[in-house]
Design a protein around this ligand. Structure first.
Ligand code: NAD
Length: 499
């Protein structure tokens, strides 16, 4: 059985705790490797060594650090296919989707090539008589990142780029479900010129996370995952005096106005609802057609599109729209929620419960589901299902649709389909959600903007990537300086008492 360890001080090392987790091939259901789960002692040793390495890295001038980013961009492009292959094999997503996962991470490293510009401080000439005031942005020291299974390349890269470019050392604790890509990224950083010890990748579970949270050396925690864990980490970080940005779950609504191009909306819903088996924090999981006629027409357009979806292993290439979900437990949870939808009175228009793939009967595949006439009191509406299940909630007016999105506890992303600029403008201005798509289903901001949800989708005040990330990973120091009159005023020739 293949064993996956940690990346410490520039080397792949075996775990010493004696504890392991299984890593599956989600398409076949077979265990393909086991990953070591770090002990508190392993975490502490990795942190101590990162703290030592950070001193020189933090003192390296920003343009030299930026050159490491530049080289990393080249290496990620070089190894794109290799990374995507391993990513698909552990996660299950299709090969083109896995390449997208790497690509969207790579773009943040491209943005970090410009880090020196973002790290410049501010200066006020003559803030008082003979007084100047200036601020500098300094690295925090050692920071931690804890990341989810669904984007094993993109999200670690979102954390690594800004943190390292700003001069910090980082301990990354990736998801134990698909740990290989983060370890490959660590080796690429070394090849790009990052000094050993500045980035440590430690695999583990709650024990490892708790050790990071308890450490007095760790200055900041960046988390992405489910909401209960995001909130737990945010609270613990505050209790132990750490800076934290913790991003959680989602339930993204797409509102379809009667004037929308319904073919375009239906195509978008199918891609955003079922792509990556619905395992995206920006997936659309609720369709909100406005008016009965819009709803009827939309369902009519959705059903044939959903029935045509091809579900299968990534090895089937272009023949597949989405792959399996991550674990057997995830599959069972999705099917359990589908049953609650039926029990609570929603109409199951497309039923994927009996889906089975010849030759892959033990794989974690879930067929596509479409619910109509879902109401806000149902569990399938309230819960993040994180699977290929789309719910339709019918409303009569725009105001009702807006209120629905606003009253939901999650506020990650949302979309509006309309031809009317006034409605679009009103929606973008009023909705209490972090990322908005207008006639676009998955509005993930590009690297030079920032990514973050509102309400229970995000805890903390600074978003991921973009300029916010550099504020998160640096501390401001402000200097007020006055120089007494000096030799410019003329030399002192008489021997005087010191007073
Ligand atoms: P998860 O919360 O189960 O795990 C995330 C990380 O937390 C992993 O590294 C895991 O090992 C660790 N963890 C799990 N249980 C823990 C515990 N009890 N104590 C401490 N640490 C623990 O999430 P997941 O299943 O890997 O990812 C899916 C979730 O992530 C979904 O809810 C999805 O919406 C969310 N997500 C959010 C964003 C965003 O930007 N808002 C992006 C991607 C995914």
């Amino acid at each position: 059985m293949k064993e996956i360890g940690h990346w410490i001080d520039g080397k792949n090392v075996a775990g010493t705790s004696g504890r392991f987790a299984d890593v599956y091939n989600p398409a076949t259901g077979e265990v393909q490797a086991r990953v070591a789960l770090a002990s508190e002692a392993e975490i502490t040793a990795a942190i101590d060594s990162a703290a030592e390495a950070q001193v020189a890295w933090g003192a390296t001038n920003p343009q030299r650090r930026a050159r490491v980013m530049m080289e990393m961009v080249r290496l990620l492009n070089r190894d794109m296919d290799k990374l995507a292959e391993v990513l698909s094999a552990e996660h299950g997503k299709t090969f083109p989707d896995a390449k997208g996962d790497v690509q969207r991470g790579l773009e943040v490293i491209e943005f970090c090539v410009g880090a020196p510009h973002l790290l410049k401080g501010e200066f006020t000439d003559g803030a008082g008589p003979g007084i100047d005031m200036y601020s500098m942005r300094q690295p925090l020291g050692v920071v931690a990142a804890i990341t989810p299974f669904n984007f094993p390349a993109m999200i670690p890269l979102w954390k690594m780029g800004p943190a390292l470019a700003a001069g910090n050392a980082m301990i990354l604790k990736p998801s134990e479900r698909d740990p290989s890509v983060p370890l490959m990224l660590a080796a690429l950083w070394q090849e790009a010129g990052l000094p050993d010890g500045v980035l440590q990748v430690i695999n583990g579970d709650k024990a490892a996370v708790d050790a990071l949270l308890q450490s007095e050396t760790i200055q900041a925690v960046g988390f992405v995952g489910s909401t209960p864990i995001a909130q737990y980490i945010y609270e613990e970080a505050a209790r132990t005096g750490k800076r934290a940005q913790c991003f959680g779950g989602a339930k993204n609504h797409m509102i379809i106005m009667p004037d929308a191009d319904l073919d375009q909306a239906a195509d978008a819903l199918v891609g955003a609802g079922y792509g990556a088996a619905g395992e995206r924090c920006m997936a659309i999981s609720v369709a909100v057609p406005v008016g009965e006629e819009t709803a009827d027409k939309l369902i009519e357009k959705l059903v044939p599109r959903i029935e045509k979806l091809k579900v299968g292993p990534y090895t089937a290439g272009d023949d597949v729209d989405y792959g399996p979900v991550i674990t057997k437990a995830a599959k069972e949870n999705i099917l359990r929620l589908v049953q609650t939808g039926i029990d609570q009175g929603a109409e199951l228009v497309v039923d994927g419960r009996d889906f089975s793939l010849q030759g892959y009967e033990d794989g974690f595949f879930v067929g596509p589901h479409l619910f109509d006439r879902v109401t806000p009191d149902m569990d399938i509406y309230k819960t993040e299902i994180f699977g290929p299940v789309l719910s339709t909630v019918r409303v009569d007016t725009y105001e009702e649709a807006l209120k629905l999105a606003m009253d939901h506890e999650y506020g990650n992303g949302t979309a509006l389909y309309t031809r009317d600029g006034d409605t679009a403008r009103n929606f973008a201005s009023r909705v209490n959600v972090g990322m908005i798509g207008i006639n676009l289903p998955i509005p993930v901001p590009l690297a030079y903007h920032t990514f973050g949800g509102w309400k229970k989708s995000g805890f903390g005040d600074l978003n991921q990537h973009g300029p916010d990330a550099f504020r998160f990973y640096t501390r401001t120091k402000t200097v007020t300086a006055r120089w007494p009159s000096g030799i410019r005023e003329g030399g002192e020739f008489n021997f005087k008492a010191m007073d």
